[in-house]
Design a protein around this ligand. Structure first.
Ligand code: M6R
Length: 366
């Protein structure tokens, strides 16, 4: 059932071109300019007129929520707050009748996320569920929603669920933005085409597997890792660090690159691998300066860059090239090498990749 792969996690990483396509199937057709989401019909107007959107989730799903915050605000011009479900539910949050809450959950059974939406519902909020498991508790407790259709995810480390969550959330954001008129026709169509092309770009990124395996060999004994990213890639840095922590038991921290100077820079020395997501986007120049700051302190830089980047290879010790796409969609591509890096390091360290210690696939306790 592992389809010839050694672990479910690897199988699921490699399934992503298909799971992302499955997620778009019947919903998106860029050629015809069609974007239909059955699950947001009845409440579509509530979304379009929402004053704000609150996203509640945990773990990797919370990271997907953070990326969504960036693109929902950009495309739809609706303010978004992303909350850890466990914090939200215990602090008497300000919610008013008609507020829109998105709950993101692969399993649909995470106790904290479920409790957060029950609380929001009791105060009159409208709940949109983004779940992978059909018929799960969160899906049932939501007023409307959209399934990610990524297929069963068995590995405890979430991989294909994350990219499918981003796919669904992007489709929702684009659909709302188009109807609201907060996005130009041109950008809307460009993004539909780009979204449709994501599976083939992910496919290409997966071809980096051998290169990443070689890099993993070099860093497998590191005691700490720092992950840096900016803008849309900031949550990807958090996600890369979480993947490494949970399956390889190496301490890792994700940071917005510009925050480095406010503290973490003190950690950098020749023993510290720093993974920098430095694709060509609106933060590129700033991230290049961050790489120089790391180099000046002898940190070992592993940079994820856009194909053809000529500058960063002159500064970073290792460069991983991913295909170009719109910056709002880049997380679905830039996360791939980070998933592979954590996988290979964990395997090399002899860890139980699919069932890491102390962790369960769905956290049904608070
Ligand atoms: O099923 P959910 O998406 O609600 O799960 C949330 C987290 O427990 C989950 O993402 C966890 O952080 C993963 N092990 C991360 O890989």
């Amino acid at each position: 059932e592992k389809g010839g792969y050694e672990h479910f996690m690897l199988k699921e990483i490699f399934e992503q071109p298909k799971s992302i396509s499955d997620c778009m199937r019947g919903r998106l057709n860029a050629n015809e300019g069609r974007l239909v989401l059955g699950g947001i019909r009845e409440y579509a107007n509530k979304l379009i007129t929402a004053d704000r959107i609150i996203i509640v989730a945990c773990g990797t799903s919370w990271h997907a929520g953070l990326v969504a915050e960036y693109f929902i605000e950009e495309f739809c011009r609706i303010p978004v707050e992303v909350e850890y479900a466990s914090e939200f539910r215990y602090r008497n949050p300000v919610i008013k009748e008609g507020d829109v809450v998105f709950a993101i959950s692969q399993s649909g059974e995470t106790a904290d996320t479920l409790a957060a939406i029950e609380l929001a519902k009791s105060k009159g909020a409208i709940i949109f569920g983004v779940c992978n498991v059909v018929g799960s508790s969160i899906a049932r407790a939501s007023h409307e929603g959209a399934y990610t259709h990524a297929g069963p995810e068995i590995g405890v480390a979430s991989t294909k669920a994350f990219t499918a969550q981003l796919t669904v959330l992007n489709m929702i954001a684009l659909r709302v933005a188009h109807q609201k008129g907060t996005i130009t026709e041109r950008r809307y169509h460009e993004l539909l085409v780009e979204l449709e092309n994501i599976p083939s770009k992910v496919e290409k990124a997966l071809k980096l597997d051998n290169q990443i395996q070689a890099i993993s060999e070099i860093f497998k004994d590191a005691r700490n890792f720092l992950y840096l990213g900016r803008g849309f890639n900031f949550p990807v840095a958090l996600e890369g660090a979480l993947k490494l922590k949970e399956i390889s038991y190496i301490h890792a921290e994700g940071y917005p690159a510009a925050e480095m100077k406010h503290g973490p820079i003190a950690l950098i020395d020749e023993e510290m691998p720093v993974v920098v997501i430095a694709t060509r986007d609106s933060s590129y120049d700033k991230v290049v300066s961050n790489i120089q700051e790391v180099r000046a302190r002898k940190g070992r830089v592993i940079a994820v860059v856009t194909e053809g980047d000529a500058l960063i290879p002159q500064m970073a010790e290792f460069v991983i090239e991913v295909p170009k796409t719109d910056e709002a969609l880049m997380p679905m591509v830039s996360v791939i090498p980070l998933q592979l890096l954590s996988y290979h390091i964990a395997v090399m360290r002899g860890c139980n990749v699919d069932q890491p210690r102390n962790l369960a696939k769905s956290v049904t306790v608070e």
